[in-house]
Write a protein that binds this ligand. Structure first.
Ligand code: 13P
Ligand code: ZN
Ligand code: NA
Length: 283
């Protein structure tokens, strides 16, 4: 069923699991996510960055996501990930998108509050869920590139102030994860996460989960993470499998055939990540 992400995250918070949010790009990746989640009876979020929404076209992606969600009994939300553009978010909300992230984390604190609040006011009037970020994740996610020196962690007392001032529905925290893969094993600041959880009672979101060892993600979930974002770890196996298939089948010209190995490779990762999130059987 096609739902907003708010109640999914609140259920995850209550029952101590996390809803996996998988970044999708097209019909095939949407199919993989909803089919696997349905098979495992897991709630799931289809996450689309603004560049994906523009690539796949706003109305078209929404129609596909909604239709895919309606086919299944599990709760499925379509979420606009990492949007920095207020007007673009409003446009997507007007088109029916029910869950959005306003990422104003590159602005100074007061401006982040003000921009986030403007989106919350617009969204809540229309029953739309809002995620925002405080602190700044390093790494690279499509158009969003943050140098390591510009990344900074979420301050727990600022997090409380931010949530109170903005009335957001969920908060993305910076505790040491980064977008993309890691050069060496990431170090997560679990103490900081615990401190944030004690002060803030809305669901917390972990971005940059690709490359984070499973035990660290599980520990984060125990400490209050209710949504886990995964992109890179899906894209790489999908592309590698398609590339391998095409280089060994030089006559292949049917996208319905050469995309199958990519979907199969992605499927394996989606299964693994749903299990990691503890969301299997929770739908
Ligand atoms: P990864 O690419 O590191 O999985 O990050 C995903 C993410 O945070 C999407 O918003
Ligand atoms: Zn992210
Ligand atoms: Na990552």
């Amino acid at each position: 069923s096609f739902v907003s992400s708010k109640f999914m995250l609140l259920d995850a918070q209550k029952r101590k699991y996390a809803v996996p949010a998988f970044n999708i790009h097209n019909l095939e990746t949407i199919q993989v996510v909803v089919n696997v989640a349905s098979e495992l009876n897991s709630p799931v979020i289809l996450a689309a960055t603004p560049s994906t929404v523009k690539y796949a076209e706003e109305e078209l992606l929404f129609a596909i996501g909604k239709a895919a969600a309606k086919k299944h009994a599990i709760p499925i939300a379509l979420h606009l990930d990492h949007s920095e553009d207020i007007d673009y978010i409003k446009k997507c909300i007007d088109l029916g998108y029910q869950s959005v992230m306003i990422d104003a984390s590159h602005h100074a604190y007061d401006e982040n509050v003000q921009i986030t609040k403007e989106i919350v006011d617009y969204a809540h009037k229309r029953g739309v869920t809002v995620e925002a970020e405080l602190g700044r994740l390093g790494g690279c996610e499509e158009d969003l590139v943050v140098e390591e020196k510009d990344a900074f962690y979420t301050d727990p007392s600022a997090a409380l102030d931010f949530v109170e001032k903005t009335s957001i529905d969920s908060l993305a925290v910076a505790i040491g994860t980064a977008h993309g893969l890691y050069k060496s094993e990431p170090k997560l600041d679990f103490q900081r996460l615990e401190d944030i959880s004690k002060l803030v009672n809305i669901p917390l979101v972990l971005h940059g989960a690709s490359g984070v060892p499973e035990d660290m993600v599980r520990r984060s979930i125990e400490l209050g993470i209710c949504k886990v974002n995964i992109a890179t770890e899906l894209k790489i196996p999908f592309s590698t499998a398609v590339r391998n298939h095409l280089t060994t089948h030089l006559d292949e010209s049917d996208p319905r055939k050469y995309l199958i190995p990519g979907k199969a490779a992605m499927e394996r990762v989606v299964i693994e990540k749903i299990k990691m999130c503890g969301s299997a059987g929770k739908a």
